[in-house]
Design a protein around this ligand. Structure first.
Ligand SMILES: Nc1ncnc2c1ncn2[C@@H]1O[C@H](COP(=O)(O)OP(=O)(O)OP(=O)(O)O)[C@@H](O)[C@H]1O
Length: 320
């Protein structure tokens, strides 16, 4: 593979940084506003997770970015230019949008060879990417007989074919088995470590938690957050503070009188609405000996649920 840094030639290209920039991006389909005034930046050298509940507008955003659809307003650019489906576009941006969208009658090898030919990519890349995604042994088989996971791997192979500095994947973990998920997480991290810009959508926080460094979170087409994983997690409400004390009932009463929430459990009290310092002060005032005072950090999943709660269109299970 040619790392992006080495792909830059000449003084003009030396300053090129492979940034995805989305500015005031809006897309309406009739009465539906799929994306509304979205603005964010995706930087190279990091895996950026693109998160949002079902129907949030992730696929629409990626389609607009890739020039597969036209914005109603705003812009989406790579390296400062709109990316339209150019013949040699695979060298610039590699994308996996819909793994099922392939000609089932062809073999994986023939499919990739055709893509390579139309993008001016050396034929040897076909064997390289097939090996990279673990499909070398089945490359001669018809794609129509592939499982969803195998088609995802093929879609990833196609995205890697042109050795591009920018990679965009829409829900690439769908259909992968646990080994496949681990493999893909490692691949995404490696691609970013090579200096590429890696933008990956998912509707599940837990999927991104282990490989993304930055997050762009949207809900109902609007931006909720664009920041590092850590900053996003910190925005979730703290789960509370676990407290153990010699006289828990007395402390619980004092905390409740202060407006804090207190739930008594086997391991002690779980307190919300009061930080450890305030709990310590109250314990001192009530002359209650504390034996444990542990802040419970908010998990990313919880932050995601909280921050997108108002923008979930489709809920599984019980109605809200
Ligand atoms: N071609 C279209 N015509 C009409 N409405 C559309 C079209 N494409 C998307 N939408 C609507 O735009 C909204 C955003 O859809 P989109 O597929 O971008 O969301 P998503 O975040 O990718 O969802 P998911 O996680 O379920 O794939 C939805 O309400 C969807 O029904």
């Amino acid at each position: 593979m040619c790392p992006p840094a080495r792909c830059r030639t000449g003084p003009a290209r030396a300053t090129v940084v492979h940034v995805i920039e989305v500015s005031e991006l809006t897309k309406r389909y009739g009465d539906t506003t799929a994306v509304r005034a979205l603005t964010f930046t995706v930087r190279p050298g990091r895996v950026t997770g693109f998160l949002g509940p079902n129907g949030a507008g992730k696929t629409t955003t990626l389609r607009l970015l890739l020039g597969l659809d036209t914005p109603t307003g705003g812009t989406a650019t790579v390296d400062g230019q709109a990316f339209a489906g150019r013949p040699r576009g695979l060298r610039r941006v590699g994308a996996l949008l819909d793994a099922q969208d392939v000609h089932g009658g062809r073999s994986a090898r023939a499919h990739l060879a055709a893509l390579a030919a139309s993008n001016g990519i050396p034929r040897r890349r076909v064997a390289e990417v097939l090996a990279e995604v673990g499909l070398a042994d089945v490359a001669g088989r018809r794609i129509g007989g592939y499982s969803l996971g195998m088609k995802q791997r093929l879609g990833i192979a196609a995205a890697l074919l042109g050795d591009p500095p920018v990679l965009v994947f829409d829900e690439p973990l769908n259909g992968l088995d646990p080994e496949g998920v681990q493999w893909l997480r490692a691949l995404l991290r490696r691609l970013a470590a090579e200096g590429r810009t890696v933008f990956v959508s998912s509707h599940q926080m837990s999927e991104m938690e282990l490989c993304a460094q930055d997050l762009v979170v949207i809900g109902r087409g609007e931006l909720i957050a664009a920041e590092s994983l850590g900053a996003f997690a910190a925005r979730g409400t703290r789960r509370g503070v676990r407290v153990a004390a010699r006289d828990p009932e007395r402390l619980a009463a004092a905390l409740r009188a202060e407006g804090a929430g207190v739930v008594a459990g086997e391991q002690g009290l779980t307190v919300t609405g009061a930080d450890p310092a305030r709990i310590g002060e109250l314990a001192l005032r009530e002359a209650v000996v504390l034996t444990e005072l542990t802040p419970l950090g908010s998990s990313l999943e919880q932050a995601f649920m909280e921050l997108t709660a108002d923008s979930v269109d489709y809920l599984a299970g019980e109605p809200r």
